[in-house]
Ligand binder design. Structure first.
Ligand SMILES: Nc1ncnc2c1ncn2[C@@H]1O[C@H](COP(=O)(O)OP(=O)(O)OP(=O)(O)O)[C@@H](O)[C@H]1O
Length: 317
């Protein structure tokens, strides 16, 4: 891997004191680790409240860490001055745009802050901003604000681009345009760090994924590495069937090592069995028991399967 542009080690952040917790502090980040290289998309993936935005705010220098190290392009962002900020593009989760500004005027104003800005016209064209160029930002839809915020983040031709939930609120067409533009930035050598709770976005965009759970990094890898993670096989079988009362359906778990659940009375689902040989054994059982399968399939484990397993495992520990 190339020298990382962003390096976060054992990052800790507390908020508070919180009145509803008797004035105690909440440990929101309890050891976040990740690194992000130029020319790569690095994704922080986690559920709502996992600590992704707080991590990005520390990396952007908007929040002061309570512990650990954060460096962006070799500098500590909280202490760094405008020289670092001009090399970093930021798209905040709530857009962070002044509500009374108008999109095109705002983008032109932001562009004037840089010596060699990207073309406002080109970005506005690409992102369909001209259609609402002169409408007050407070009157824009969520997706329109997202597009303006994304354009603003790209204006300074940043070396590091932080995108907090870049596809939130976007319609499928705008989402595709934003994804294409992220890939173009990546090809230009920009270091892109994005957050999402959407597995699909993470699978489509990421070179490397860091899974954050309850303020800690709990797993990391490429999508391929993560989906072959754990002792389980990278493929997982699924069988749904109907069975009459009295059938010893629990036999199926010993037969295949799968996990059995009853979705509705008499409707069963067996999941997580791992091999085609299991399928043969299960088919024989179904035939002998005169039980009717409704689905039977092997499918590749997705990032979502892995994410749920990792989150469950880290909760048990
Ligand atoms: N200023 C604050 N004071 C107290 N708690 C806070 C503050 N900011 C964030 N939190 C809490 O920290 C936790 C992590 O929030 P954060 O916004 O980083 O999560 P996230 O992973 O980005 O979630 P989401 O996907 O919902 O955006 C949440 O429980 C949130 O309520």
């Amino acid at each position: 891997m190339l020298q990382p542009s962003v390096l976060v080690r054992d990052l800790r952040k507390d908020f508070g004191p919180v009145p509803s917790l008797d004035g105690r502090m909440v440990k929101v980040l309890r050891g976040v680790n990740f690194q992000a290289a130029p020319g790569e998309v690095t994704t922080l993936l986690g559920s709502n409240g996992a600590g992704k935005s707080t991590t990005l705010s520390c990396a952007q220098g908007l929040l002061k860490p309570d512990g650990g190290d954060v460096t962006v392009l070799g500098q500590q962002p909280y202490r760094a001055g405008s020289a670092l900020r001009s090399r970093v593009g930021v798209m905040l989760q709530d857009g962070g745009l002044p509500p009374s500004a108008r999109p095109l005027a705002l983008l032109n104003l932001v562009a004037r802050m840089y010596q060699h800005p990207a073309s406002v016209d080109e970005l506005a064209d690409r992102l369909g901003i001209h259609a609402f160029a002169h409408t007050n930002i407070r009157r824009l839809s969520g997706g329109q604000k997202q597009r303006v915020a994304f354009a603003a983040a790209l204006l300074g031709k940043p070396e590091v681009l932080f995108l907090d939930e870049p596809s939130a609120g976007l319609d499928p067409q705008s989402r595709q345009i934003v994804f294409d533009m992220i890939q173009e930035q990546r090809a230009l050598g920009t270091c892109i760090v994005l957050t999402t709770h959407l597995m699909d976005d993470a699978e489509k965009l990421s070179d490397r994924v860091f899974i954050i759970d309850r303020g800690q990094t709990v797993a990391e890898g490429t999508v391929a590495q993560l989906t072959s993670w754990s002792a389980d096989a990278s493929e997982s079988g699924e069988l749904s069937f109907e069975a009459r009362p009295g059938l010893p359906v629990e036999e199926l778990t010993t037969l295949s090592g799968g996990v059995l659940s009853e979705a509705a009375p008499g409707n069963y689902r067996l999941s997580k069995f791992a091999s085609p040989a299991d399928m043969v054994a299960l088919s024989q059982w179904l035939d002998a028991s005169q039980a009717m399968p409704t689905t039977m399939a092997m499918r590749k484990r997705t990032l979502e399967d892995v994410f749920l397993e990792i989150a469950e495992k880290s909760r048990d520990e």
